[in-house]
Ligand binder design. Structure first.
Ligand code: ATP
Ligand code: MG
Length: 165
């Protein structure tokens, strides 16, 4: 795994990096590793083609955040909320915007509001599949992760980048 760091504090995550992921378990492990650094108010933007492993990666994030599962594809609902197992920790809101892709000017915030999720977005980590270009507007603090897959291989490549206020 290659990482690029800025600043010196040991607790700070690398600002960007790449990883080669041979198996789904490796993808979960990457999600868990990056997920440790997420805080309430952060947005994670997961991009990559169908079947790239975005939902698998979200499982790893949920593991690190210690939220209730199971994390499954939210394809038939816009969003699912995963509550923290420990009081005071942020919930994970898992969003899949695939069905909204055709709608050029989706107001994601209004869509999420209309779901009455019962959790303030600022108190949660919002993990969005297929939301590139839209989900970033939800927060100044986001983690972008792109997954790529080649033909005839299970290996995925991940490229990630943190943008913090
Ligand atoms: N290295 C790998 N990393 C992630 N998933 C892998 C890997 N190798 C095989 N897989 C399999 O690929 C599939 C990825 O499915 P997943 O639902 O996570 O994709 P997705 O990007 O969320 O797709 P969609 O766009 O349909 O939501 C899973 O069945 C998983 O087991
Ligand atoms: Mg998915």
């Amino acid at each position: 795994m290659a990482e690029r760091r800025s600043g010196t504090g040991a607790a700070r995550p690398a600002t960007s990096g790449t990883a080669e992921l041979a198996t789904a378990q490796d993808t979960i492990a990457l999600g868990a590793q990056l997920g440790k650094h997420l805080r309430a108010g952060d947005v994670v933007v997961l991009s990559g083609p169908l079947g790239a492993g975005k939902t698998v990666l979200a499982k790893g994030i949920a593991q690190a955040m210690d939220v209730e599962g199971p994390v499954i594809s939210p394809t038939f609902v816009l969003a699912r909320i995963h509550r923290p197992r420990h009081a005071g920790a942020p919930a994970m809101i898992h969003v899949d915007m695939y069905r909204l892709l055709d709608h050029a000017s989706v107001d994601l915030l209004a869509e999420l509001d209309s779901l009455d999720l019962d959790t303030d977005l600022d108190d949660a980590v919002v993990v969005v599949e297929w939301g590139e270009g839209l989900a970033e507007r939800l927060s100044d603090s986001h983690l972008d992760i792109r997954l790529e897959r080649g033909p005839n291989t299970e290996v995925r490549t991940a490229i990630w980048q943190w943008s913090r206020r």
